[in-house]
Ligand binder design. Sequence first.
Ligand SMILES: Cc1cc2nc3c(=O)[nH]c(=O)nc-3n(C[C@H](O)[C@H](O)[C@H](O)COP(=O)(O)O)c2cc1C
Length: 250
Amino acid sequence: MPKNHLNNENPTYKKLNDLYSIQMAKGQLYETIITTKNINGFEKYQGHLKESDDLKTDDKSTNTNGPVNAAPIGVLCKNSKQIVLYLYEGTHTVNNIHNQDYFIVNITQNPIIFTKSTLEDLSDEYFEYYHEIPFLKDADAFFVCHVIKIKEITKQNDLGSSKMSIVTANVEEVVKMKSQAIPLNRGVYAVIESLIHYTRFELADEETKTSYWARIKEMDRLVKKVGSPQEKAALSRIIKEIEENFKDLD
Ligand SMILES: Cc1cc2nc3c(=O)[nH]c(=O)nc-3n(C[C@H](O)[C@H](O)[C@H](O)COP(=O)(O)O)c2cc1C
């Protein structure tokens, strides 16, 4: 990790041992905000990279504490000290990670930060630096990741075929900044949404029942992808209950 010569290590930060100490679990996918330093020579243009006219190089040596980038990204917890990212081509994040050894994963549940970092660039006042790597001042916790492997693949999906980078990174430091730091997992929300649809089933006409059923099956698909064993069990139970009590929904 770069030496922390900025010397801005806040004494109130609490350093923790590993990902399990911020309630991440092996095999689970969490929605986070990844912060990286931007590579010189590129500008954000409607969500795609565009080579800047006046910069002919993306020489890393000139890229010290330049503009920074934040984007919502799913983080798979491989084990207590390792994560995996699945990054689509054409984002600042993937480009920056291809060009730098370190990035930071920020833990937050703040909906405004998720929205702003998706729809626009966050302004400088959102960031601070830890060992020269940008992080979100307002995060509940963050961890510093060291890239150890990048594998490029082409994946078939709903959008046709997409190039992706599978990034494996070791977690070097975990820092908790607020007393409560819970990584965001979509599984529990899928269970709650499904339960709300379930409780309205009795009252719904046939058309509405069919639409609730489609939504619950979508939540089941989501939970199978990102949920915990408990969330998967909860969705299976909801589906079984509906299948037993309501016929001809498909
Ligand atoms: C909750 C959430 C999770 C996301 N996860 C990923 C992901 O795992 N991989 C990815 O490539 N894009 C993911 N995205 C999309 C990127 O955040 C989006 O493309 C963003 O504009 C990239 O910004 P950047 O160009 O500043 O890196 C996600 C978006 C959201 C809202």
